[in-house]
Design a protein around this ligand. Structure first.
Ligand SMILES: Cc1cc2nc3c(=O)[nH]c(=O)nc-3n(C[C@H](O)[C@H](O)[C@H](O)COP(=O)(O)O)c2cc1C
Length: 348
């Protein structure tokens, strides 16, 4: 029987061995310098050994002020490249690909410095009131994304993802609830979408044509003044025109307490709509821990890639278990793992 889950996926010059991506998950374990530590190396390396086709990094800040916490990774400095390179090389050695999620926390930052946002509106009562970005800050931001993309390239990263969801900076620009600007980056949908499109253009300028670019996009926000599904679909089409190859579709969290009801695969329907509207490859994410369900949504052509978060924290070898269940022989990074996962009945 065919296994859609273990069918390779090609995006530009990158071919993923299977359709399982580790979803970006911030581990809060960097020092204040934003460099990769041994814990990151083992954490990401374990998921590559476990058979993920694509291992995605957690949020990687494009500037120090764009971190969620003082324990985030960053690519705002050349010193941050070497540690990342070590992770990427190891993932490649295991037969996987490595993606970096470039991010700016915006008003969700919990730092000693004041957060930055489209408008001076706090995310919630226990968050600091942000400073509204000036046009010179926006220029610096675009340059920051561009420089971070160059550093990711120097580290050998295969795929870049721009984080434009979950209430962080680029998402907060998209919604009237968090963006009250009356300049070129606010007001109409075109104005609110301007920054994310400028960031994509800036990154695409330096990110080579053979490497795919993704955006983690909110399809809708479930709150008045948030992104509507029509706006989400409109933006998805603009992103594809701007050179995006994969739309990683999520929803909600623009403000606390407004998110989709959760059940296995609860965001598949939105990814499917984005795929139908744009023809672009899409990823889905959210409570997907059933190989059978994943085979169905991939096999039916509803999505192209599945991002798995917490299940891969619980079980880094989950992709190997899925392959065994599907009866698919995969190239194991440590062939001796077959003694436990292959047809052997006994351990000796
Ligand atoms: C500990 C943790 C950290 C997360 N950090 C990020 C992140 O850095 N970037 C991001 O886009 N989403 C982040 N998320 C959201 C996940 O990528 C994913 O969308 C969410 O957990 C739903 O998928 P799951 O049900 O498979 O865990 C995080 C989730 C968890 C549990």
């Amino acid at each position: 029987m065919a296994s859609p889950l273990f069918t390779p996926l090609t995006l530009r010059g990158l071919t993923l061995a299977n359709r399982i991506a580790m979803s970006p998950m911030l581990m809060y374990m960097a020092e204040d310098d934003g460099c990769v530590t041994d814990r990151h190396f083992v954490h990401y390396g374990a998921r590559a050994l476990g058979g993920c086709g694509l291992v995605m990094s957690e949020v990687v800040a494009v500037e120090a002020a764009g971190r969620i916490s003082h324990h985030d990774l960053g690519l705002w400095h050349d010193d941050q490249v070497a540690g990342l390179r070590r992770v990427v090389d190891f993932v490649h050695d295991c037969g996987g690909a490595f993606g970096v999620q470039l991010a700016h926390a915006g008003r969700k930052a919990k730092l000693r410095s004041q957060p930055l946002a489209p408008s001076a509106l706090p995310y919630a009562d226990d968050f600091a009131t942000p400073a509204a970005l000036r046009s010179e800050d926006i220029e610096r931001l675009r340059a920051g994304y561009r420089a971070a993309a160059r550093r990711a390239l120097a580290a050998g990263v295969d795929l870049l993802e721009i984080h434009a969801a979950h209430g962080y900076l680029l998402h907060s620009f998209l919604a009237p609830l968090s963006n009250r600007r009356d300049d070129a980056w606010g007001g109409s949908l075109e104005g609110r979408a301007r920054l994310v499109l400028e960031v994509v253009a800036a990154v695409r300028e330096v990110w080579p044509a053979e490497r795919p670019l993704a955006v983690r996009l909110t399809a809708l926000d479930f709150v008045d003044g948030g992104v509507t599904i029509d706006e989400g679909l409109w933006l998805a089409a603009r992103l594809v025109e701007a050179g995006v190859d994969l739309l990683d579709v999520t929803t909600g969290n623009l403000v606390p307490g407004h998110a989709a009801p959760v059940y296995p695969g609860y965001q598949v329907q939105y990814a499917e709509r984005v795929r139908a509207a744009t023809g672009c490859a899409v990823a889905t994410v959210g409570s997907l821990a059933s190989a059978d369900l994943m085979e169905e949504i991939l096999g039916a052509g509803r999505v192209d890639l599945v991002c798995v978060g917490r299940e891969l924290i619980r079980n880094p070898n989950w992709p190997i278990e899925c392959a065994r269940r599907a009866g698919v022989d995969i190239a194991l990074a440590i062939p001796t793992y077959a003694r436990a996962t292959g047809p052997y009945e006994r351990g000796f």
